[in-house]
Design a protein around this ligand. Structure first.
Ligand SMILES: Cc1ncc(COP(=O)(O)O)c(C=O)c1O
Length: 227
């Protein structure tokens, strides 16, 4: 039997009618950017995540960048990134002026960050731990003990864990944990959406999103004026 590498039809067909109806309504409304549909989606997602709010942004990378900006990273602040990591992480951290502190995970630990490694990497300048679970590229997921130990260290040292859980739906058997669920989570970025448990931080992120939009609008006006 041949198993296709990718079969989006299987996903699409049961949802087809719903998707086409939503797309058609959106086109009729002509409210493509941050309109009522995005607002409704944000509310539904916030409720699903039991979060203080959800903020729609353009892409997963944008969500991460805005989350980092909301942490008010200053030049010289350190961001710990376990390797191997998603290819954009070091660049996103550097864009915010942070110094990237790489922690090389080991095969014998299934390429997962250990609490000992996290402790050893923390300095007085550490602001944040950035990690993806389930991990891209290793597929590694945390077990409960490691999860709790990492949260304890982060809480104790006052650092934020930015958990990029774009692949959270791929956690099987319900045994492994994502930062997304428990109350301990600090901030999570997932799909093209960014959410956060603290209402205050959500408001900051909303402001950053508007600022980026204003900047993009100004750039496009400038470009059209040049033509
Ligand atoms: C772990 C992880 N985070 C973030 C992203 C970025 O998402 P986007 O392509 O929407 O910018 C990806 C994309 O592959 C990813 O694998």
């Amino acid at each position: 039997m041949q198993v296709p590498l990718l079969d989006l039809r299987a996903q699409y067909s049961p949802l087809k009618a719903e998707i086409l109806e939503a797309v058609s309504e959106l086109c009729d409304s002509q409210r493509f950017i941050l309109g009522p549909k995005v607002e409704a989606f944000e509310q539904e997602l916030a409720a699903y995540c039991q979060s203080g709010g959800a903020v729609g942004v353009t892409s997963g990378s944008d969500a991460l960048l805005i989350a980092l900006m909301a942490e008010k990273i200053q030049p010289g602040d350190e961001i710990i990134i376990p390797e191997p990591c998603f290819v954009a992480y070091p660049a996103l951290a550097t864009m915010c002026g942070a110094k990237v502190v790489t922690v090389q995970t080991r095969k014998e630990d299934s390429f997962k960050l250990t609490p000992e490694q996290l402790k050893a990497a923390i300095t007085p300048k550490t602001k944040l731990l950035l990690l993806s679970y389930p991990s891209n590229p290793t597929g590694g997921v945390l077990n409960e003990d490691t999860y709790n130990a990492l949260c304890d260290i982060a809480r104790d040292k006052g650092i934020t864990i930015l958990a990029d859980e774009v692949y959270e739906p791929f956690v099987y058997e319900g045994k492994e944990l994502c930062f997304f669920y428990p109350e301990d989570r600090n901030a999570c970025a997932k799909w093209s959406m960014l959410w956060d448990i603290q209402r205050e931080r959500v408001m900051q992120i909303e402001k950053l999103r508007s600022a980026r939009r204003d900047l993009e609008k100004a750039e496009s006006e400038l470009l059209s004026a040049k033509q």
